[in-house]
Design a protein around this ligand. Structure first.
Ligand SMILES: N[C@@H](CCC(=O)N[C@@H](CS)C(=O)NCC(=O)O)C(=O)O
Length: 214
């Protein structure tokens, strides 16, 4: 019996941060990959708001906010002491202003179309992160922590909109930080592909529960 079931979508940055914390915590999780266009009934009956990630515990307790999943998982076991590096203000700015500009930079056709203004606003936030990273290498200290895992999946998305442009930006510490996370074994583990889940499928486990993974 797994410690929990996680409804997830591979490319969703909120689901990525949840998977990162779950794998680091060593929780044994059944991974149910979701198609956002065809969400499973079991997920909707656990959490009617219909966003991923959703974590369901054997007691039927449901945690359906990515940050809460991270804090819960690390509250069970926190071998890298990520909870000591949890900066609520940085995460709130990421999930608020940065996500706002990221969406409008990435999908100008869905919003006001002023793509460059949103790219510039996002870049200002990245400059601030770059300054923070200059002194310590990670966002809340010298080693990776909850803040880094909560934020880098969104910076990854921003970088991918126009990689050539992003690579020419003067953000030396941020570039090093982002590549370090993207090249980590932990990230490779949480980005393993899984077919969309349907009821009755044999359980697929979230990778990374092998002791030598990290
Ligand atoms: N506040 C939520 C946001 C999660 C979220 O918005 N996830 C997106 C995917 S990245 C989603 O499920 N959207 C629903 C949809 O596209 O139908 C959290 O932190 O978990």
């Amino acid at each position: 019996m797994p410690d929990a079931v996680l409804y997830s979508f591979r490319r969703c940055p909120y689901a990525m941060r949840a998977r990162l914390a779950l794998v680091v915590s060593g929780m044994i999780c059944e991974l149910r990959e979701v198609r956002l266009s065809a969400k499973p009934e079991a997920m909707i009956s656990a959490s009617a708001k219909g966003t991923v990630p959703v974590l369901v515990l054997p007691t039927d307790t449901v945690i359906d906010q990515s940050i809460d999943i991270m804090r819960f998982a690390l509250g069970q076991r926190d071998p890298e002491r990520w909870l000591e590096r949890d900066d609520n203000d940085l995460i709130a700015r990421n999930d608020g202003a940065f996500k706002h500009h990221l969406d409008r930079y990435k999908y100008p056709e869905r919003y006001d179309g002023n793509q460059q203004a949103h790219r510039d606003e996002g870049l200002m936030i990245l400059r601030d992160l770059d300054d923070l990273l200059a002194s310590s290498g990670q966002l809340s200290g010298n080693s990776r922590g909850l803040t880094d895992a909560a934020v880098f999946p969104f910076v990854r998305q921003f970088a991918a909109v126009d990689r050539a442009w992003f690579d020419t930006q003067d953000l030396p510490h941020l570039h090093t930080w982002l590549s370090g996370h993207l090249e980590s074994r932990l990230f490779a583990a949480i980005m393993e592909r899984a077919a969309p889940w349907t009821p009755g499928d044999a359980p697929v486990m979230l990778q990374g529960t092998e002791p030598d993974l990290l």
